[in-house]
Design a protein around this ligand. Structure first.
Ligand code: ATP
Ligand code: MG
Length: 330
């Protein structure tokens, strides 16, 4: 038995144009190794530019690797892309595929026929998918009349009309409102659970999404996989440390705090009128020294809480910066 997805020393370089006709090489994927078993709901979590889309595009045969190998359902994506395509489907958040003059239902029908789904099965599946993503009322709307979120839901449904063996979802909940994102997540979960042998690889920069949804998560940054495990095990790495969340008023600089003995990581986010600080401390007793340091400089602590580590803290510990800060700038 082969894994559903196997990636060996995968590398992808891009040449990026700089000012004045100079070029720079960007390492989008840097010797990535990955093995995903059949039936897994696997998440790739990382900030903007980490290499998530590049990885998905190579696996979906839309982009060639610079070096290394990738196999989908045991098939080499470079040597036999057509066999790979028969087994997969892919959805990208925010894509604008489709023909504006077709309705939602017609679009899904068209794609089902591209994949050769028998008519009766296709009709039934389309109605079910329309219900799941909450587009029943929009079924007869032309797709150029859809809002961004509705179009996103339709694209998502399109990814499942062929009932693929392996599905690639690139940021599937991007741009969806809270309720729609929840429906989509629930659908992904039950889709994998109800159909043995199906596999989902999704990318996200939403920590909670990875945590709630995925059997295993790979944390990726600057083309490198930094850790790969179940959300539980990833969090256990940080559990031995103490994670504190503080809100401080009148703090001009936090560099001194970062240098204190016992402070493993600090992420500071300036907010309106105060600064939010997230500390990972080696030991709990470092806290008193830390608070002393803050108040000695005339700052005031507005809020202090010891928190259970989240995947965000795992990311902070591994990378030294916050994923939330990165994505807030989106
Ligand atoms: N076609 C391209 N030409 C040049 N550079 C590219 C190209 N595609 C991606 N890159 C670069 O490769 C790196 C990885 O990009 P990628 O799109 O894989 O990141 P990502 O993790 O999907 O980010 P995001 O969260 O923003 O979608 C980035 O530095 C990006 O600028
Ligand atoms: Mg991307």
């Amino acid at each position: 038995m082969h894994p559903a997805i196997e990636v060996i020393q995968l590398k992808r370089l891009f040449r990026k144009k700089q000012a004045r006709r100079t070029w720079r090489t960007v390492v989008a994927l840097d010797s990535v190794d990955l093995e995903i078993e059949e039936g897994e709901l696997f998440g790739v979590l990382g900030p903007n530019g980490a290499g998530k889309t590049t990885l998905i595009k190579i696996l979906a045969t839309l982009l060639l690797p610079t070096s290394g190998q990738a196999f989908v359902d045991g098939i080499d994506v470079v040597k036999d892309p057509f066999s790979v395509r028969r087994r997969i489907n892919m959805v990208s958040g925010g894509e604008h595929s489709g023909y504006g003059i077709l309705t939602v239902r017609e679009t899904l029908w068209m794609f089902s026929q591209f994949y050769g789904v028998p008519g009766r099965v296709a009709r039934q599946r389309i109605e079910e998918l329309l219900r799941v993503v909450g587009l029943e009322e929009e079924a007869n709307t032309k797709i150029n009349r859809l809002s961004t979120g509705m179009r996103q839901k339709m694209n998502f449904a399109r990814g499942f009309v062929s009932d693929p063996k392996i599905v690639f979802l690139d940021e599937p909940t991007l741009g969806l409102d809270v309720g729609a994102a929840r429906d989509v997540r629930n659908f992904i979960k039950s889709w994998v659970k109800d159909r043995p042998g199906r596999t989902v690889l999704l990318t996200t920069h939403y920590m909670t999404e990875a945590e709630e949804l995925c059997d295993r998560v790979a944390i990726i940054d600057r083309g490198k996989i930094l850790a790969c495990d179940t959300p539980e095990n990833l969090k256990r790495r940080v559990k031995k440390d103490s994670v504190f969340h503080l809100e401080v008023e009148g703090l001009a600089s936090w560099d001194g705090l970062r240098g204190l003995a016992g402070v493993k990581q600090l992420v500071a986010t300036p907010r309106d009128g105060f600064t939010e600080l997230r500390f990972i401390l080696e030991r709990e007793d470092v806290l008193s020294r830390l608070l002393g340091e803050i108040t000695n400089h005339g700052s005031r602590v507005l809020y202090l809480k010891k928190t259970e580590p989240t995947l965000e803290d795992v990311f902070i510990e591994l990378v030294g910066r916050s994923l939330e800060v990165d994505t807030a700038e989106r």
